[in-house]
Ligand binder design. Sequence first.
Ligand code: S3P
Length: 450
Amino acid sequence: MSAHGDPIPMTARCAGPLRGTAHVPGDKSISHRALILGALSVGETRITGLLEGQDVLDTARAMRAFGAEVAHLAPGEWVVNGVGTCGFAEPEDVIDCGNSGTGVRLIMGAMATCPITATFTGDASLRSRPMGRVTDPLALFGARAHGRGGGRLPMTIVGAADPVPVRYAVPVPSAQVKSAVLLAGLNAPGETVVIEREATRDHTERMLAGFGAALRVEEAAEGRVITLIGQPELKPQAIAVPRDPSSAAFPVCAALIVEGSDVLVPGIGLNPTRAGLFTTLREMGADLTYENEREEGGEPVADLRARFSPDMKGIEVPPERAPAMIDEYPILAVVAAFAEGPTVMRGIRELRVKESDRIAAMADGLTACGVRVETGEDWMIVHGMGAGGMPGGAICATHLDHRIAMSFLCAGLAAVAPVTVDDVGPISTSFPVFDPLMEGLGAQFERAET
Ligand code: S3P
C-alpha cells in the first residue's frame, strides 16, 4: 500500500544514458527541525527551500496543532510564528505523523516537558517502529508514555508538569533520539546532557545554537558530550535549507551505473555527518567529483558531478562510517551489485528498524533481480556482477519504504531486464519530484495501468 492510498506499481527499464542537471529538493532532516524550532521560538521564522514532502507537511500540520501559525507563501517558502519553548498548546486531536520517524520522535521530545497530553499515530510502517528508544529518556524528565505493546504507536505522552534536566547516554546511534532529548531539555531547568558514543547527524545542535540556545559540544573518552542550558528564549531565524544529500544519492548513483551518463546535482549539503556515501563511492572507484565547494547557511555545500563508472570495485565499508550514511545503504547495495566483487557492509543493525527492515528488503529484492546477497543481523554482503551485469526482471516489494522504492527503480535503469516496484506512493514522503526529475535526465519509468 502507498502511504496515502492504493499501491502504485512502477517499472524502470534501461533506455540509454542519464544526462543533465538535477535540482533535488531540500534536506528532510533540516526541514523538520526548521519547522519545530520555528514553533518553539517567539516570533517569525522564515524558511526557504523547505522540502514539501509528505513527512515534512505532516510535521507542519502537527506544529499547527500545538498552537504555532505555519503559513505556506510560495514553493519552498514558509513562515512559522512560534509559541516559545514552554508555549505548546494541547492538541485537540490525535497527531498523525504519517510515515515519519523523525517527525514523531522529535515532536514527542519537544512536547514531553510541557504540561500537556498528546496522542500520536502514523501509517502501518510507523506504527511498527520502536518508540521506547525515545520514551525511555523522556521518562527521566518526568513524562509518561502509554502506547501499544513493544512501545509502538498509537501512543499517548503525558508531558512533565515539573520537568527535571537529565544526563543521558544514547544507547543506539540515533540522531532522532539525541534530538528528542535535546528538544525536551529546552523546557527543563538547568543542564541537560546527551552523550553519544558515535557521532550522528548534528543538525539539531547546529540549529539550536543558531536559534540562540546555549549549547556546548565536547569530545570526551565516553563520546560526544552535548550540554544544553534549559529554558532559553529561542530567537526566530531565517533558514535556507540546503538540498538533501540523501535525495541526491539517487540521481548520483543512477548516473554511476547507467552507461554513458553524466549528471550534475547542484547545491548539495555535505555536512560530514551526512556525506559518508559519497566517500564510499569514491573509494569504490566512482567518477564522482565535488565542484564549486562553498558554505551556505553554516553548512558545507558543493555541486556533485557523477559520470558512468564501469570499473567500480566492491569494498569493505568501514562500520564506523555507518551513522554518516545510514539512509544510503539501500542505494549503495544497488551500486554494489554493479561493481566487481563483494561489498561488505557491517555495523548496520539500525537498518532493521527504519521505514522497513532495509537489510531484508534489499536482500530480497536484489536476490529476485539475480544478485547474490548474504545477510546477518547487522551485516550484508552484496556480490557485485560488474557494469551491466544485474539480470533484473523482478518485482520488488517496497514495504512502505520510499528509499527501497527509489533504489530498485534506479537498479531497473541499468539492469538487463526491467525492474518493477510494487508501490511508489511512499516516494512522496521525501522526494515528491523523483519521477519527473529522473525522467528529465532520461530515465524511463512506466506506471502500471490501473
Ligand atoms: C534522522 C535520523 C536518522 C535517519 C532519518 C533522519 C534525523 O534516524 O535514518 O532518516 O533527521 O534525525 P535515526 O535517528 O533512527 O538513526
